[in-house]
Unconditional design. Structure first.
Length: 145
C-alpha cells in the first residue's frame, strides 16, 4: 500500500484525482503501479485500478492475473471490480471505503466491492481497510474540486 500511496501522490502532482492502484504477486513483487488518469485522458474508464490491470496484463502478455493481487488506495468501483474479476485476480485489497470517497466529493456507485464480487460468483478475497487512515486522509486532503 505504501507504493500505491506514493503513486497517488505522483498523480496529484500531475493534477490527477487522488486514486492509485497496483498489481502485485502473492509474494509481493510489483507488476504494475498506476494512478487515475481520467482527467488527462478525458476517459471516464481510466481509474487507477483499470490502468494497473491493463499495465499488468501488458507486462505478462496475457489478460489473466491469476496468482496476483489488486491493491487500491480506495474501494474499487463496480467497473474496476468487474475488470479485476474478469482478469481472475486472487484478491482485492483496498484502503479507503467508498463512503470516504463520497465524503471527499467523488462520484461513487452504490454497489460495494464485496457485494459486486458476490454477484460475480467468483471466489476472490476482498480485504478492505488496509492503511485506511492514510488512504482516507489522502482523499480528504484532495477533495473533488
Ligand atoms: Zn473504478
Amino acid at each position: 500500500m505504501d507504493q500505491v500511496l506514493d503513486e497517488l501522490r505522483r498523480g496529484i502532482m500531475r493534477q490527477q484525482s487522488p486514486f492509485a492502484a497496483g498489481v502485485f504477486s502473492l509474494q509481493g513483487d510489483r507488476l504494475s503501479l498506476e494512478c487515475n488518469t481520467v482527467k488527462s485522458s478525458s476517459k471516464p474508464s481510466r481509474h487507477g485500478e483499470i490502468n494497473a490491470i491493463d499495465q499488468a496484463c501488458r507486462s505478462i502478455g496475457k489478460p489473466n492475473l491469476s496468482g496476483y493481487v489488486l491493491v487500491s488506495s480506495a474501494e474499487p468501483c463496480p467497473m474496476c471490480t468487474a475488470t479485476a474479476a474478469n482478469a481472475n485476480v486472487d484478491a482485492i485489497v483496498f484502503g479507503a471505503s467508498r463512503q470516504t470517497v463520497a465524503e471527499a466529493g467523488y462520484q461513487t456507485l452504490q454497489l460495494g466491492c464485496v457485494e459486486m464480487i458476490r454477484l460475480t460468483g467468483q471466489s476472490i478475497s476482498v480485504i478492505g481497510g488496509v492503511q485506511s487512515d492514510r488512504c482516507a486522509q489522502a482523499l480528504l486532503d484532495n477533495p473533488h474540486p
